[in-house]
Design a binder for this molecule. Structure first.
Ligand code: UDX
Length: 437
């Protein structure tokens, strides 16, 4: 099939590349010329495991192309994906100007039937707004489909190629058939393509992300309570996760959820509910708890150092909001850096992928090293903010040699408590007993 993908951000690029991989002819469009030129010469602008192989293969085999010319891209396309940003506007609601602007441009260019697919996370009712834009600007017949993405950064290729489910919101039989054909190769193992109306599909995306954010937040609160009552959250997690109704996944407590989706989507769902005079109370609590959870680790440090962090030097392992990505959007590490440096502490950070991004944003308030053990040199403590695999089994001898004091504040529960006792550390993690050797 001939496909156009408008917007080459994270979602557009993964979508375009993975659609080319099953034999479709894909043209990706963006207004940023420099980005398009780089991609034409084979430079992938994002870090996502496994994407580069598919990206290069499909460019070489001619199925994946890039352009800044919208007219060229959509001329022969049957399906046009809109993968444009929907940032929170000043009022906290998703800003639809990019999506609706592109819809207008497309409407003014098309000369034959198209399926227009909204891939961006958009508020309920957006498909209707897109339909209205086409009605106002063209007489050509189009179908507008909602097809939310459920891609986790770090495993986005796997999520696209083997989805648990594909959700398609469409009231048109013709569009449904085309979407079913398009996604057929991805659901061969029997996972469903779930067809529904556009509004249900739009809400499905927000409900899924808000539910997951709530699940994590619930566990963060359980962890906080564990610390107070002397229980171990790892045990509680295993105890409840074995109940199939609860499930084992997304029960890991930490320093709050971050990233480009959960914070934005929880906020947008809470705000848009208010438009319908409905107060989605649980989401207000989720946002509130998540904000305080990000800074819990700093609170613990302030207590440990008797209220004075000035002149202290801290090593920070992990900057990305989660492992296997260089994405630092809403990363808890950024909040931790701000609080520590405001309190007069020095921060030396290491992250395998995200250091460049943090340098651009906060290069003047902290320093960076190319090796995790260099960050530990003369540090008063180590703080762990992202659970990268390479932090899970570190060289404890070298760690001890470099650290000034054997103190670890672990926001991701990476180490076994007995091991920390044996190694003689002060070890403070989330929802577990503090090791005070
Ligand atoms: C999420 C959704 O999972 C995906 O379906 C959606 O389309 C986009 O948003 P992503 O933001 O890439 O994906 O990351 P995810 O793996 O879901 O993690 C989100 C945040 O939750 C991270 O900050 C992570 O550290 C945190 N998290 C996750 C926990 O704190 N505990 C957990 O058990 C799981």
């Amino acid at each position: 099939m001939k496909i156009a993908v408008i917007g080459t951000g994270y979602v557009g690029l993964v979508t375009g590349t993975c659609l080319a991989e099953t034999g479709n002819n894909v043209i990706c469009v963006d207004i940023v010329e420099d980005k398009i030129n780089k991609m034409k010469s084979g430079i992938l602008p994002i870090y996502e495991p496994g994407l580069d192989i598919l990206f290069h293969r499909n460019i070489e085999q001619g199925r994946l192309n890039f352009t800044t010319n919208l007219a060229d891209a959509i001329k022969d396309a049957v399906i046009i994906f809109l993968a444009l940003p929907t940032p929170p506007g000043g009022d906290g609601k998703a800003d639809l100007s990019y999506v609706l602007g592109a819809a207008k441009d497309i409407a003014n260019l098309i000369t034959d039937y198209k399926v227009i697919v909204t891939k961006s996370t958009v508020p309920v009712g957006t498909a209707d707004k897109v339909k209205a834009v086409f009605k106002e600007n063209t007489l050509i017949d189009v179908d507008v489909v909602s097809n939310p993405e459920f891609l986790r950064e770090g495993v986005a290729v796997e999520d696209f190629m083997k989805p648990d489910r594909v959700v398609v919101g469409s009231s048109s039989e013709k569009a449904r058939k085309l979407m079913e054909e398009l996604y057929g190769p991805y659901v061969r193992s029997g996972n469903p393509v779930i067809f529904m109306d556009e509004r249900s599909s739009e809400l499905t995306k927000y409900a899924a992300n808000s539910f997951l954010a709530t699940k994590i937040t619930f566990m963060n609160e359980v962890a906080n309570l564990c610390e107070l009552v002397g229980a171990d959250v790892d045990m509680v997690r295993k105890g409840i996760g074995s109940d199939a109704r609860i499930g084992k996944r997304f029960l890991f407590p930490g320093i709050g959820y971050g990233g480009s989706c959960f914070p934005k989507d929880v906020q947008a769902l809470a705000m848009s509910s208010k438009e319908y005079d409905y107060s989605f109370k649980i989401l207000d609590a989720v946002m509130d708890v998540n904000q305080t959870q990000k800074l819990k680790i700093v609170e613990k440090m302030i207590k440990y150092y008797n209220g004075d962090l000035s002149g202290k030097k801290f090593a920070l392992w992990g900057l990305a909001f989660k492992p296997e990505t260089d994405d630092i959007r809403e990363a808890p590490a950024l909040y931790i850096i701000d609080e520590l440096t405001k309190a007069g502490a020095e921060v030396v950070a290491y992250d395998p992928e995200a250091m460049e991004n943090v340098k651009k944003m906060k290069g003047d308030v902290l320093s960076f090293v190319e090796n995790p053990y260099d960050a530990l040199k003369d540090a008063d403590a180590l703080i762990i903010a992202t659970e990268w695999q390479l932090f899970r089994n570190p060289d404890f001898d070298l760690m001890e040699k470099n650290l000034k004091s054997k103190v670890i504040f672990d926001g991701r529960n990476l180490y076994d408590l007995h091991k920390m006792i044996d190694l003689g550390y002060y070890y403070n993690s989330i929802g577990r007993a503090t090791v005070e050797s």
